[in-house]
Design a protein around this ligand. Structure first.
Ligand code: RTP
Length: 155
């Protein structure tokens, strides 16, 4: 999946199984829409071990990885590509810290969860990783190019 121009930054934001099971999908999408970001890709997917080992390639040797894997395959996730100014850094801010206890109220994790590993959502930590993650979770035809869409009717 390639970005049409370098100006259009994208982040891979994923609602984890607990976020889906607790019915937080709409609220999380609303936060990104209201902040001013454009949805460039969206789907519900049951992840498998092979895909998660690629996504979490830096964590496979950690002692908590089996628990992380079991959690991430415990139900479907919502895969999203969000697009706009500084969306990678802003997405991380909107999500909060890995540990909900360190997450400020007003962030997604700071408002909706209590446990460090069952923390509702994932957000890319760099523009480079965002591009890799979007390519891993989406097919080329599943991510849209908003720049070529007619939007001159919005005033
Ligand atoms: P993510 O990649 O999901 O956005 O999370 P992150 O950058 O905030 O945290 P990372 O260190 O990449 O860890 C990935 C996910 O693994 C689970 N985790 N469990 N000590 C633990 O039990 C532990 N540490 C991390 C969390 O679900 C974390 O989001």
């Amino acid at each position: 999946v390639s970005r049409p121009t370098m100006a259009m930054e994208r982040s891979y934001i994923m609602i984890k199984p607990d976020g889906v099971q607790r019915g937080l999908v709409g609220k999380i999408i609303t936060r990104f829409e209201e902040r001013g970001y454009k949805l460039a890709g969206l789907k519900l997917k049951q992840a498998d071990e092979a895909l998660l080992k690629k996504h979490y390639k830096d964590l496979v040797d950690k002692p908590f990885f089996p628990k992380l894997l079991a959690y991430m395959i415990s139900g479907p996730v919502v895969c999203m590509a969000w697009e706009g100014k500084d969306v990678v850094a802003m997405g991380r801010k909107m999500l909060g810290e890995t540990n909900p206890l360190a997450s400020a109220p007003g962030t997604i994790r700071g408002d909706f969860c209590l446990e460090v590993w069952r923390n509702i959502c994932h957000g890319s930590d760099s523009v480079e990783n965002a591009d890799k993650e979007i390519a891993l979770w989406f097919g080329e035809a599943e991510v849209v190019d908003h720049e070529s869409a007619m939007q001159d009717w919005i005033y």
